[in-house]
Design a protein around this ligand. Sequence first.
Ligand SMILES: [Ca+2]
Ligand SMILES: [Ca+2]
Length: 508
Amino acid sequence: MKKCALIGCLVGLVLAWGCAGTRPAPARAAAPTTQPVTVVPQADWSEAVLYFAITDRWADGDLANDANVDRSAKGAFHGGDLAGLRQHLDEIAGLGATAIWITPVVKNIDGFVTGAGFPDWAYHGYWADDFTRLDPRFGSEAELKTLVDECHRRGIKVLLDVVYNHAGYGSHYLKDPKTRAWLRSEDAGTCGQDDLTTCVAGLPDWKTEQPEVAEFLLQAQLGWAAGSGVDGFRLDTVKHVGHPFWDEHRRRTREQLGQGFFLLGEVWGGDAQVLDPWFSTDELDAGFDFGFQGNVLGFVQGRGRAVAFDRYLKSREKVRPGHLLVHFLSSHDVPGALYQLGGDTTLFRLATVLEFTSIGIPVIYYGEEVGRPGGEWPENRSDMPWGDRGILPGEGKPRDEALRADYKRLIAIRRAHPALSRGVHEKLVAEGDLLVFLQKDPSSDDAVVVAVNRGEKPVVARFPAPEGWGSGPVRDEWNGVAVPLTEGAVETTLNGKTAQIMVRAARH
Ligand SMILES: [Ca+2]
Ligand SMILES: [Ca+2]
């Protein structure tokens, strides 16, 4: 595709908004007077529950910075900003999430592209035009710092999304005599054919193998972290940048930002084995498990045998020790889970039970906890539903509060049971539509049994009580009921399309 077809009217639209970036930052908001909702902070990232928000689509906290906003256009900015995230942080803290991941904040291109058949703007933050400035459509540097401070006040960590691989379409870096030779581009005919030198989706590709280019990008991105106090990065398009860069990146982040600065990488198609080249060299702490969504949604819809799904869950333990898989049911790059399930919240709840009882870091993609429908791209990036709370841009969009209450409960169960976030998986029963498995934490007595009946009919699950349960009592924490344990065995009935999360209850 020729770039002139892909790039829209970049120049004309710059005029409407061109000097906005130079205006003074809005006054810092007054300190809130009410006590914030707090979470029990994660002791380390292995017990994190991560909430991912597209800043532009979450909450508009400052109408004065709205530019290029058209809430009726799916590809336009919708006005969400860092101030909005800060003002409504208790929504995330109240859910029990221990960390948030926010989309890139650097100045993005001003215009739109038309390759998708509609005006598509840089509301997501992945089309940078200036790595040294914060995009005024998201707020100011002071607001970023305030957001991070307010997260920390609630016990919540922050991951900032950063892109090292590419700049935005038509970026000024392509014209600047100082930087134009630093990029491969379709215009110059310099895009390569391999993972490292290709122009991903036609985007100008930084020559990150050149020390001068790497230094420029490292200084810019590490500067954002140092200035704001974020706790780590979510790294975009990792496999399109070479290992020597990531090795240096790790060294520099540890040196300048601290030993614990966390690096979560997006390697498309990642799983325990695919990610190992980045884990074995310790370039990343964690990576996304792209197979989780498909495996879970397939299982709950009755596809494949229960034993095969169980093997998949067991295979996730192959991750290199000291490194973590990050799993999700929905994301900004794939159709949402609820949409894929045809809006069936009963099946969606089964999927959420599996998400929060699987090792690694579960990601809540904003709004899925209140039944945001999602859909194919770009509907998977629709506005956060706020019901009648009067919060833009998702004002009036319905919320499923019962689903949110279930998320809160699942997160609380997970936080109370380390076997769910880092335990060893053992199959107990895989017959027909029934899967029963044990998660046992090797460093404590914690043992949790998860049972899922994906079929329509009730089924009886029988299994030996795990070591450490003794004579009970046993409680199904998901449904809040006692479960009988007789002579070392548990027998419990699961109605159609239901799950149980069983633990040894405290004696009263
Ligand atoms: Ca705004
Ligand atoms: Ca590249």
